[in-house]
Design a binder for this molecule. Sequence first.
Ligand code: ADP
Length: 604
Amino acid sequence: MMKNKSPKKQNAFAKNFKVLKLVFKFCPGLIPLAVIYIICAALSSLARVYLIKEAITIVLSGGTFEQLITSVVYILGLELICIFGNVLYEDFFEPRYRNIYIKKIQTYLFLKVREIDMLEYDNPEFYSKFSRALRDSQWRGFRVYRTIIDFIKTICISLALGTYIIITDTLLIVIVLLSSIVGLFAVNQLHKLWYRLWRETELEHRFSWYINRTFYNVRYAAEIKTTHVSDILIDKYQESVDSLENKTRKINKKMVPYQVISNVFDKLLAQGGTYIYLGYRLMTEAIKVDAFSSSINAALSFYNNFMQAMSTITTLQEHARYIDDFFWVINYTPTIEKNEGVEIDHIEHLKLENVYFKYYEKGDYVINDLSFELKKGQKIAIVGHNGSGKTTLIKLLLKFYQLQKGSICINDINYEEVNPFSLRKNMAVVFQDYQIYAVSIAENILMRKVESKEDEEKVYEVLAKVGLLDKIKSLKDGIYTQMSREFDESGEAFSGGEKQKIVVARVFASNADLYILDEPTASLDPLAEEQINKLILNTAFDKTIIIIAHRLSTVVDTDKIYLMKQGHFTEVGTHEELLELNGDYALMFNTQKQLYETNKENQD
Ligand code: ADP
């Protein structure tokens, strides 16, 4: 677990440039466009300054009206071309490339998720890094790109203007640089405080988002209407907003002096200093009006751009914190989820020998010296109290985790050597917490796209098997009805029992050799549960089947029943053999039977 080392300590620039490289890798067309954009921005700034000088020079040196018009048209024409270039880039090319990047990076991350070892999901540190990376990747990568481009742009403009100032007046650059450095200190502190505010109130923002979700999500609606839980939630929400307000007030107070310093230095040193210095030079006739006007413009523009460039550095530092999470996921190397090893194309035989497994190093063994064998075509049930390790055993059969001791072999090949993806293709599993996706019924059953007429026929066939065909056929879009109304008004909402039948249909539609059903019928009524289990056992005779069941009456027909207790099997046999044994199984079975009969009598 967590064997992936933290990324090397790198400075904020290096980290941001790594993201920039990724953006350019996914969108190479952006490189020339970004270069043109920066050149256009620098040229238009220079043109603005140069026009003032040129116009005043013509007027003062007694030039003609035509000369004035020609200069204005040429220089403004150049500036306009640059501005149009920038508009085209910002409103057309960049949004287009932003979407291309987001699509590619999200797809890349979604595929990456499949490679993450199951154990990592139990690790809160990994999980929060991972969820942050996924959440942020929507926008962060391109924001980094934009920040770097803005940084380069403002630096280029500063360089162009700085060169202009140096050529016209060397001392002026000293004044402007000095005032920039002092102002920079205040701006930097302000950015740090903004960032701190954002970090410190992250929890409150997340909490208010959770409360928000609770009030609009249909899953909570019934309880919100029938209980007073909404009062608790509203109280908590108000507490959270109060805490947000407190933190904001405290940090805002700290911001005031820096706001004052920054403005004072901007007005007094940068603007005041420049006006006084250049005014003095004009009064002493060291420079003329044209140089006075253009230098003031150049100096103030330089100051603004330089400050903007410097404050972008703080933004880059902010990005850097998140970039770590992002590259953590990108550079993740799995222990189990690797597409390598012996390919499995069928299941003949499964054998577990003295298997020990625990989730945490310091925890107790959840699977404890467990051995058993399963041959093709066998139909077995695993029963036992909650927490006895049944689901964990299934997860081990799926190679979600590594064993601490013992071995699992498939067709005499050790799991260690087996390609996990090929292994799982041979298994159709229904988990207790199975999911229905906001896609069509057919896709929910096939768990892939419908590609042919045969696929459609297969969907109809399995729907008929689980007794849902008539209902689905009566829907306007039939098997193409979306299984959620969230994104499609013509979608259909299904009952818990119907959803379970769809999931069982999913198993029938697979080509798997081994069916694993982890209490798939929990929300069906006992009669329907019995029917479904019988259906699975009777129709899938060529399949190997493992059923985990709570209601023991539903598994009496299996070939063998394994009773699990504290991670190993304590009783094994047919239903009759186990009843005869008169152990834990018999006790559980008879208790359930009595309960069922009492309930039935009460209902009658
Ligand atoms: P069953 O399916 O028989 O109800 P499980 O296999 O789900 O039992 O759980 C067996 C034990 O393992 C329980 O004590 C449970 O708390 C623990 N357990 C299950 N999943 C995890 C997990 N992801 N992390 C840590 N402990 C777990």
